[in-house]
Design a protein. Structure first.
Length: 287
């Protein structure tokens, strides 16, 4: 694995770059970092893909920022990183906030997205109440520190009983959140609150796509993924049972099967791996 950083779009952006073959860009969710993709990186590399997993600005090892942040700015960071790495097109996997960025890329840079995977995300924008809640939380994190966000999100990220049955995973994720800079968290909250509604974009997206939902997701109920898949012209759907918002960490086997089955169909590599057919749930269609 090559962990590196590059000066792109005015900041130092940290990223991992591993493997060779068709490129897969992994965009983490809020308030996390690229470490969340650990269960996916090795298996994607073994399947013959080049995997790029950045820390968004203000998160992980990337530079924090005091200036206002927008989804456009975060998406531009990713495009400049791909340019820096000489990657013209990539399959893009976006989790939660990463899914919002994937919609932004499909709106503004559709030629760069070879295939799209929406994980536990939604197309609709925040309503007035949602935007106000994000502003309040952004104010609180600036005043009191990142533990304010960590305490709030720890209650939303996992399926019931995960914190009890897998305390090390819960502790590790909490550590990622409290290690994030307060300016980065506040900027991310405000950027998400001001994001554009992507509902009208859905029927215009022509890239082959996959929507992955989690049956017990408290932050983004699976109805949002069903709504995405129902409208997009070429979108498969997989709802993973027994999983919460951090589905790729809670149920990495099911998540990896869904992801790799899709990628092998739309972006094949020369490597022959064991059958990875996914049978995630009764909502499963086309994967």
């Amino acid at each position: 694995m090559v962990s590196a950083s590059a000066f792109v779009n005015g900041i130092m952006l940290a990223y991992d770059d591993v493997g060779s073959g068709p490129a897969v860009l992994l965009i983490h969710g809020f308030p996390l970092n690229r470490q969340m993709w650990r269960p996916q990186v090795a298996i994607l590399m073994a399947a013959g893909y080049r995997v790029v997993a950045p820390d968004l600005r203000g998160f992980g090892d990337s530079d924090a920022m005091d200036a206002p942040c927008t989804m456009d700015l975060l998406a531009d960071d990713l495009i400049e990183l791909l340019d820096h790495l000489g990657i013209t097109q990539a399959a893009v996997v976006g989790m939660s906030m990463g899914g919002y960025l994937l919609f932004n890329l499909l709106e503004r840079y559709p030629q760069r997205v070879q295939a799209a995977v929406f994980s536990v995300t939604r197309a609709v924008a925040d309503d007035a109440e949602g935007r106000a809640a994000r502003r309040r939380l952004a104010d609180d994190v600036v005043k009191f520190g990142p533990q304010v966000v960590a305490d709030r999100f720890q209650q939303l990220l996992f399926a019931p009983d995960v914190e009890t049955e897998r305390p090390r995973l819960a502790e590790e994720v909490y550590g990622w959140m409290v290690a994030t800079s307060s300016p980065g968290l506040a900027a991310g909250l405000l950027a998400m609150g001001q994001r554009r509604d992507a509902t009208a974009l859905l029927p215009l997206i022509t890239a082959p796509s996959l929507a992955i939902g989690a049956e017990q997701d408290l932050a983004c109920p699976p109805e949002h993924l069903r709504a995405i898949a129902a409208v997009m012209p070429d979108c498969r759907l997989c709802i993973i049972p027994g999983a919460g918002h951090l589905v790729n960490l809670e149920q990495p086997g099911d998540f990896n099967r869904a992801l790799l089955t899709f990628l092998r169909e739309v972006l094949p590599t020369p490597l022959n791996l064991p059958d990875l057919a996914c049978d995630c749930s009764s909502d499963h269609t086309g994967v």
